[in-house]
Ligand binder design. Structure first.
Ligand SMILES: Nc1ncnc2c1ncn2[C@@H]1O[C@H](COP(=O)(O)OP(=O)(O)OP(=O)(O)O)[C@@H](O)[C@H]1O
Ligand SMILES: [Mg+2]
Length: 278
């Protein structure tokens, strides 16, 4: 869909992750493989606690893996011999809880990255930030502080703050989780609009299967912990997508298909939890 994308293919091969191998030995990922094409919007769905954030953190370089290999555009990020990827501006992360500096305006939050990395002068960075905030529909609130805007606006500003660094891949961990359905719908359309303007690969974790289908080119369904890929569903809905697609027959059929797959895993996760408690 995004032909201007210059790079950003992610290859996750046979990745396993065990927390505290000498002690509690918690297996979070087991032999997990996913290939994501440059410029793809790839949605990750799976039961609570299965290992989704663990995988994202490994790609971002926040922690190491126990075995396997992760590559970005063919370049090794980490493998069994070099377990932890180095963090870098080629992989930007946006979390659920938000991480804007409360003491800076949205404009200065967005301009911050290129200034500290000395990629742009402060004047250039602020001009670019203002431009990008405008594209995200935030020109009117650019000079406000995070505490003065809605959570939806703050989250959009965060995505702009990530994109101003020209990452190859945007890693999103349930960024819209706490939002009401209407705000979410607006966020989704806005994300797709920004994506059209700014080519980037998107790795997006969610619990919301309608969100996954509305946004994604593919939905990867993970198994219960330790997570591995259970099923990959192609979302054959034409872009540009807007809220009208939600009431189409094709969308409804995809919801049924994805729900059946996720539900089976969620039941297993629930049963495993019951067993642990017994
Ligand atoms: N630092 C850690 N040390 C030990 N165990 C951890 C650590 N982080 C996560 N875990 C465990 O690893 C498993 C996977 O956690 P993870 O956060 O990746 O799941 P998730 O799929 O993102 O869950 P959720 O959908 O609730 O966000 C869980 O059982 C969790 O308790
Ligand atoms: Mg998580």
């Amino acid at each position: 869909m995004n032909s201007a994308q210059a790079g950003g293919s992610l290859s996750i091969r046979n990745v396993s992750k065990i927390y505290d191998p000498e002690g509690a030995n918690i297996k979070a990922l087991h032999d997990c493989s996913i290939d994501i094409a440059a410029g793809e919007i790839c949605m990750i769905l799976g039961p609570s606690g299965c290992g989704k954030t663990t995988l994202l953190n490994a790609v971002a370089g926040f922690h190491g893996i126990s075995s396997g290999e992760i590559r970005l555009d063919g370049t090794l990020l980490c493998n069994t011999a070099k377990p932890q990827a180095q963090q870098g501006p080629d992989r930007m992360v946006v979390f659920q809880n938000g991480a804007l500096f409360p003491w800076k305006t949205l404009l200065n939050n967005v301009a911050y990255g290129p200034i500290v990395q000395q990629r742009l002068s402060p004047k250039e960075a602020r001009a670019k930030a203002l431009d990008m905030l405008g594209e995200a529909g935030l020109a009117d609130v650019a000079h406000k502080y995070p505490g003065e805007v809605s959570s939806g606006m703050a989250r959009r500003a965060e995505i702009v703050r990530a994109l101003i660094n020209d990452p190859k891949i945007l890693l999103l961990d349930e960024p819209y989780r706490a939002m009401d359905a209407l705000t979410k719908a607006i966020m989704h359309e806005n994300l797709l609009r920004i994506y059209d303007l700014k080519p980037v690969t998107i790795f997006f974790i969610t619990h919301d299967l309608e969100e996954a289908i509305f946004l994604g080119q593919r939905v990867v369904i993970m198994t219960t912990r330790p997570a591995t890929t259970k099923e990959i569903i192609e979302i054959d809905l034409p872009y540009p997508r807007d809220h009208r697609v939600l009431s189409s027959e094709a969308f409804r059929l995809l919801v049924t298909q994805v729900k059946a797959s996720v539900h089976a895993e969620a039941k297993k996760a629930f049963a495993a939890g019951e067993k642990e408690r017994a």
